[in-house]
Design a protein around this ligand. Structure first.
Ligand SMILES: [Zn+2]
Length: 284
């Protein structure tokens, strides 16, 4: 499943391609998780790209009339192709852009198609018109936790939002309602960096340890984005199959192998049907 670092790398790849571009048309070949809104053709087509942003795992292409919201679901990937490229079996949606560089003559100098490939079709292409109100009011975006790289994400927030919570710190972090983007692998890795046992009840962890955890989350995600950044030019060929860049895992997937810090065998347990890896000595 594409995770936050992968979507961020896609955003960085798409942004320069769409700078100054105009959406020419939207081509829908097969239904996705939710139908591509019909009004999108009238309200989005012809609009110029104002920005390419990301919120959680949603890619947000801002046009004159509103925002295209793209989610890659379980298996989606975006490719930039020439409009002449024939679509393959799982290429369900095309966003066809004209690229204009000459503002006075508005002469078209190129064309780029963003093509959504999604074998399992859990992805989504949605539209939020400016007339619908602020983008944050969209039902999919309104309930998301804070961005891990925003100033709002710190130990104080983690501390405040976990008071009275009976869940483990791992489940609190993975939930997405406090902070977005900390998927299962990144969660295990961040807790190891912070020296926190994943099974510890979230409400029992103090402010200072949460400061360390917030920093560990940022470091882990920064490393993942950095790894993905090296394949930025290839994002068009990404199959989105794992969604995780090859981070140098300290605990994840290393059950029974010696901890790189202390030599103790790494343990694996199940928490909420997900695997959790940790070092019994370094994480308390
Ligand atoms: Zn250890």
């Amino acid at each position: 499943m594409p995770e936050l670092p992968e979507v961020e790398v896609v955003r960085r790849g798409v942004e320069p391609l769409l700078a100054g571009a105009r959406l020419r048309r939207v081509v829908v070949r097969a239904p996705l998780r939710w139908p591509v809104p019909e009004r999108m053709h009238a309200q989005a087509e012809g609009g110029r790209v104002r920005s390419v942003a990301r919120r959680g795992k949603y890619l947000l292409i801002e046009l004159d009339g509103g925002w295209i919201i793209v989610h890659l679901g379980m298996s989606g990937s975006l490719a930039a192709v020439s409009p002449q490229t024939p679509p393959g079996r799982h290429d369900h949606v095309d966003l066809v852009f004209d690229r204009t560089t000459d503002r006075t003559t508005d002469r078209t100098t190129g064309r780029t198609t963003l093509r959504l490939h999604d074998p399992r079709r859990f992805g989504a292409v949605l539209w939020h018109s400016r007339g619908d109100g602020p983008l944050q009011s969209h039902p999919l975006l309104g309930r998301l936790g804070v961005e891990p790289f925003s100033p709002a994400f710190d130990g104080a927030l983690l501390h405040r939002r976990t008071r009275g919570r009976r869940v483990s710190v791992k489940q609190a972090l993975l939930g997405g309602d406090i902070v977005v983007g900390v998927g299962n692998i990144y969660c295990s890795e961040s807790l190891f960096r912070a020296g926190i046992r994943p099974t510890t009840r979230a409400s029992r962890i103090g402010r200072a340890r949460y400061e360390a955890l917030a920093e560990a989350v940022r470091q882990t995600l920064t490393e993942a984005i950095g790894r993905g950044g090296s394949s930025l030019r290839d994002f068009v060929a990404s199959d989105g199959s794992t969604g995780y860049f090859q981070i140098d895992a300290r605990v994840y997937g290393r059950a029974g192998q010696p901890c790189r810090a202390c030599g103790m065998p790494i343990r694996v347990i199940r928490q909420g049907q997900r695997s959790t890896f940790y070092c019994p000595r370094c994480q308390r």
